[in-house]
Design a protein around this ligand. Structure first.
Ligand code: CP
Length: 318
């Protein structure tokens, strides 16, 4: 790294986008720009976190976030240990704090955690000394997803001030939606959400965003459509009559995009339910930056890990 240290994050942990400032986001993006160059070099690894041990604690399923953090940590030369709740002693009744304290006593410096309970990271941050990074807490926040989404939008469109972003789908159960809203607002974008009324929280306008129930109007308004999946696993009652009906009224398909008099950027945090919230011809089209989001995820997570370690005074020169 060359000049990334021209600032420090204002926080010790990354618990949510709500708790960081615009200047933190800009610093993460500047640092991610540099790491993106690193991971596209023939030698993709730097020694920055050689003296740091990171525990990835996943109490919920993940493909992208888990692999992306692990790769980011390895590209930074950190020592990495992985924990999955399904094969752990959590099943025997151990508390979250006991589990984490046992792991920390193995001299772990940073914890990346996904947990089904909103606020689990905040609770831990009051009891342990390690840096905590939220990799998704229930329906609350998914800060690194929002950072990589905004970074990818900025790469495509430049400064996001006044850009129009619509988040479409199951807003009610989505941690990606809330983190995206906080992040995009801090960067000056205009944000709307769109979906069936049953999947949009009643008081969401208190966040200062627009609500649109007509998908065609939402697409006509926006520069970027960030499309979310229906989270059936979090729904204890039926919020929509059927996935087929959802696809008909809220699915983003080529016919809908062809009716627009402009091109819009298509995004999706994954995992995709092809044929439900997005059709394959849209997901795989030139307008889609879904795989760029995944690529940028590694650089953005490297930046977050690096900057939190830098604040501890624990990084090596590259
Ligand atoms: N976008 C995202 O969080 O995907 P995973 O659940 O696979 O990590």
């Amino acid at each position: 790294m060359t000049n990334q240290a021209d600032g420090f994050l204002s926080t010790k942990h990354l618990l949510g986008i709500k708790y960081i400032q615009k200047k933190d986001i800009e610093l993460i993006f500047r640092t991610a720009d540099e790491f993106k160059q690193v991971i596209n070099r023939p030698i993709k690894k730097v020694p920055s976190l050689r003296d740091i041990t990171i525990a990835n604690l996943f109490f919920e399923n993940s493909t992208r976030t888990k692999l992306s953090f692990e790769l980011a940590e390895k590209r930074l030369s950190a020592d990495v240990i992985n924990f999955s709740a399904a094969s752990s002693s959590v099943k025997k009744g151990e508390t979250l704090l006991d589990t984490v304290n046992n792991i920390l006593s193995m001299k772990v410096d940073m914890v990346v955690m996904r947990h089904p309970s909103p606020g689990a990271h905040f609770f831990l941050s009051k009891h342990i000394d390690a840096n905590i990074i939220n990799a998704g807490d229930g329906t609350h926040e998914h800060p690194t997803q929002a950072l990589l989404d905004a970074f990818s939008m900025q790469e495509k469109l430049g400064n996001l001030s006044k850009k129009k972003i619509v988040i479409i789908g199951d807003i009610k159960h989505s941690r990606v939606a809330l983190s995206n809203i906080f992040c995009l607002q801090k960067l000056g974008a205009e944000v709307k959400v769109c979906g069936p009324p049953t999947l949009i929280p009643k008081n969401i306008h208190h966040l200062g965003i627009g609500v649109e129930y007509d998908i065609d109007k939402a697409l006509a308004w926006c520069d970027v459509a960030n499309i979310l999946r229906i989270q059936l696993e979090r729904q204890d009652i039926k919020y929509i009559p059927s996935l087929r009906e959802y696809a008909m009224f809220f699915g983003v398909n080529k016919e809908r995009l062809d009716r627009l008099d402009k091109e819009i950027v298509i995004m999706h945090p994954g995992p995709i339910n092809r044929g439900v919230e997005i059709t394959s011809d849209v997901a795989d089209s030139d307008h889609s930056i879904i795989l760029q989001q995944v690529e940028n995820g590694v650089a953005v997570r490297m930046a977050v890990l690096y900057l939190l370690a830098n604040k501890r005074g624990n990084v090596l020169g590259n």
